[in-house]
Design a protein around this ligand. Structure first.
Ligand SMILES: C[S@@+](CC[C@H](N)C(=O)[O-])C[C@H]1O[C@@H](n2cnc3c(N)ncnc32)[C@H](O)[C@@H]1O
Length: 316
């Protein structure tokens, strides 16, 4: 028997500054030996070489710390979404690219004890964390190491498949969607959630600074063979032209306006820190200036915002 992984949601210190996260995580994540994100990462030489937010198998933007920072920041919205899934009264949910099991944890709180929860991921370390997390869940929970693109035929059937922020790692979305469709039980569905780098915005900042930062980031990470930071159009087209009978495709806005809740701050810091590692020196200077200016966003006098748009699709 495992024990449920009990971890306080919020163990944050006061507002961190650019570079703090790298120092904080470099001792624990230590995966800086992986090749750069797009093979053209522009590193800030003033920073120690720290994590690139990869998981143990080298997938970018998938480390446990990164996933947890997102999860904690978005907990109210994610909990509400889990309740919507639970309304469908599923008997088996399969989470594709479950990572450390954060979404399944929310679903465990929301669905009936007789619903099976199955997590699929290729990263053994993430699965080990997920198994620990699941120990005290009332449902039967299993976590299986599988590449759900190349081994899609081995996936079990399910009432609900989740594909949350996993399509950017997948080469042939059409084929995967067709296979998933064949594995959905009658009355079931596939739910897709997908962020896009171009629909993530921090501000306020001048047009010039925004253009400098956005274009520099795009030039640095677009074209990566490993992962697509700007994937919304491909995902939309694949989903919209798939052979599912019912396709409810929509967008959700995630937003926070300063003063930020403490549980949001690590996510913002992660986002700024990740961005500054991939952009030009000039763009980094502008981003750092923005962050320093808004860094005391807990003070009511400083105005700033963060917003991000996710594609959300229910396919059956
Ligand atoms: C960005 S994380 C998303 C985690 C979670 N779904 C969420 O939204 O918080 C992507 C996860 O998908 C996994 N993954 C990516 N491609 C995969 C594949 N082809 N087979 C299995 N797992 C994969 C990664 O290991 C990682 O855990």
């Amino acid at each position: 028997m495992f024990n449920r992984l009990i971890r306080p949601w919020n163990t944050l210190t006061p507002w961190p500054r650019p570079g703090d996260l790298v120092r904080e995580l470099s001792g624990t994540m230590g995966d800086g030996t992986h090749p750069s994100f797009a093979g053209q990462e522009q590193r800030n030489n003033s920073q120690p070489s720290g994590p690139s937010w990869r998981n143990d198998t080298g997938r970018p933007l998938a480390s446990g710390a990164w996933l947890e920072a997102h999860h904690v920041a978005k907990l109210p919205e994610r909990s509400a979404f889990a309740s919507r899934i639970a309304e469908r009264k599923p008997r088996r949910i399969v989470d594709l690219g479950c990572g450390t099991g954060l979404w399944l944890q929310l679903l465990s709180d929301a669905v009936s004890p007789d619903c099976e929860l199955l997590g699929i991921d290729s990263d053994e370390a993430a699965l080990a964390s997920a198994r620990l997390r699941a120990t005290a869940w009332p449902q039967s929970a299993e976590f299986t190491a599988l590449d759900f693109e190349t081994q899609a035929n081995e996936l079990p059937d399910a009432d609900i498949f989740l594909a949350f922020n996993v399509f950017p790692y997948i080469t042939n979305l059409w084929e995967l969607l067709a296979t998933l469709k064949s594995k959905i039980r009658p009355g079931g569905c596939l739910i897709v959630r997908q962020y896009d780098g171009a629909l993530l915005r921090i501000g306020p900042m001048s047009d010039r600074d925004r253009q400098l930062i956005d274009l520099s980031l795009m030039a640095s990470v677009a074209g990566s063979g490993q992962f697509k930071h700007y994937d919304l159009d491909r995902v939309f087209e694949s989903v919209a032209s798939s052979s599912f009978h019912s396709k409810e495709i929509d967008f959700e806005v995630f937003r926070r306006v300063a003063p930020y809740p403490p549980e949001f701050q690590n996510y913002l810091l992660n986002t700024v820190e990740w961005t500054r590692r991939h952009i030009s020196d000039e763009a980094r200077e502008r981003l750092d200036a923005w962050h320093l200016k808004t860094g005391h966003a807990n003070a009511t006098s400083v105005q700033s915002y963060f917003m991000e748009v996710d594609l959300v699709a229910w396919l059956s």
